[in-house]
Design a protein around this ligand. Structure first.
Ligand code: B12
Length: 249
């Protein structure tokens, strides 16, 4: 009898896992993976220390006491136009992240309708979660590299008390001896597996380290299309040998 109950429970878990993955894919996710809270919580917290985020990444239990699964969503950046940054004074808006939020909300709504607790979080390391979800490896450009989409992926994360079947972590190193990204960075912000945000052009904008708007030197890497917008530097992503075919659609 006990054996039968266990099997029923497992099939419920598997059924929900399939359903959530289908909902997310229908909403536009290109990759969906499940990570168990204990897998990420076993790793030490990371100091982010970037702009207003003067904090460590959190443990899943700090976000939801009874968390049982983490849904990791990957969204393909198929065109440079998605790399738009639009500013309003000190604040910045990114269309790619609006898309990610809408996607994550679909998953939250679905789980809540089923009676589970679900919350979008920004306080866990997305890159670690993406590797644990099996999406790709932590690359020399400090981005997750997927064999199909390359680094052209953005992530969103939903923590839930619903039990789901975890995916296997990604274990290969796709970079091998390649250092294209390190060479391509126009400001020398990359060392293998590390980005210096005080040098990275994307970071410089955000921390206002120098008067970027007047800095013609870097303008060519971040062209302005309108009064309040520019495309974020993509040199390290463009240099990657993975994901190029998928951008020509
Ligand atoms: C702060 C931040 C930035 C800062 C600082 C970057 C940084 N230091 O990580 C700045 C503004 C510079 C930045 C720039 C960009 N970012 Co950013 N950023 C973030 C944010 C909010 C936090 C990242 C963080 O915790 N950094 C702190 C550092 C210390 O963490 P870490 O790199 O994970 O550190 C660990 C690793 O280095 C690891 N490690 C070191 N060596 C090795 C080697 C191996 C083999 C392994 C496995 C691990 C490993 O050990 C460290 C400690 O444990 C995340 C969102 C999130 N919630 O996670 C997005 C995020 C990382 N950014 C992202 C992107 C896309 C970008 C940009 C391309 C700009 C853009 N278009 O959005 C550029 C790319 C610059 C680059 N080459 O990395 C994506 C990454 C997608 C991907 N494919 O990986 C994220 C996940 C946002 C998202 N929603 O998708 N970003």
């Amino acid at each position: 009898m006990r054996h039968q109950i266990d099997r029923e429970e497992i099939s419920e878990i598997e059924k929900l896992t399939v359903e959530v993955k289908q909902i997310a894919s229908k909403a536009g996710a290109n990759l969906v993976g499940i990570v168990l809270p204990r897998a990420i919580d076993a790793l030490p917290k990371i100091w982010v220390g970037f702009k207003e985020i003067q904090d460590h990444t959190k443990k899943t239990v700090d976000i939801m006491a009874d968390a049982k699964s983490i849904v990791v969503l990957g969204y393909h950046i198929w065109d440079d136009m998605l790399e738009l940054a639009i500013h309003k004074g000190e604040k910045w808006a990114y269309p790619e992240y609006f898309a990610m939020k809408a996607l994550a909300l679909e998953v939250v709504t679905y789980l809540e309708k089923k009676g589970y607790e679900a919350a979008i979080t920004n306080s866990l390391s997305y890159k670690r979660l993406a590797q644990l979800a099996g999406f790709g490896n932590y690359g020399k450009n400090a981005l997750i590299i997927n064999s199909e989409f390359g680094p052209w992926m953005r992530f969103a994360v939903v923590v839930t008390d619903a039990e789901m079947k975890p995916d296997e972590p990604f274990e290969k190193n796709l970079c091998e001896n390649c250092e294209n990204c390190l060479i391509a960075c126009p400001v020398g912000a990359l060392a293998p597996y590390k980005v210096d945000y005080t040098k990275c052009l994307v970071g410089i904008h955000l921390i206002g380290k120098e008067n970027f708007e007047r800095s013609e030197k870097w303008r060519k890497f971040e062209p302005s299309l309108t009064m309040n917008s520019h495309l974020m530097c993509m040199k390290c992503q463009n240099a990657c040998r993975y994901g190029r075919e998928k951008r020509q659609i």
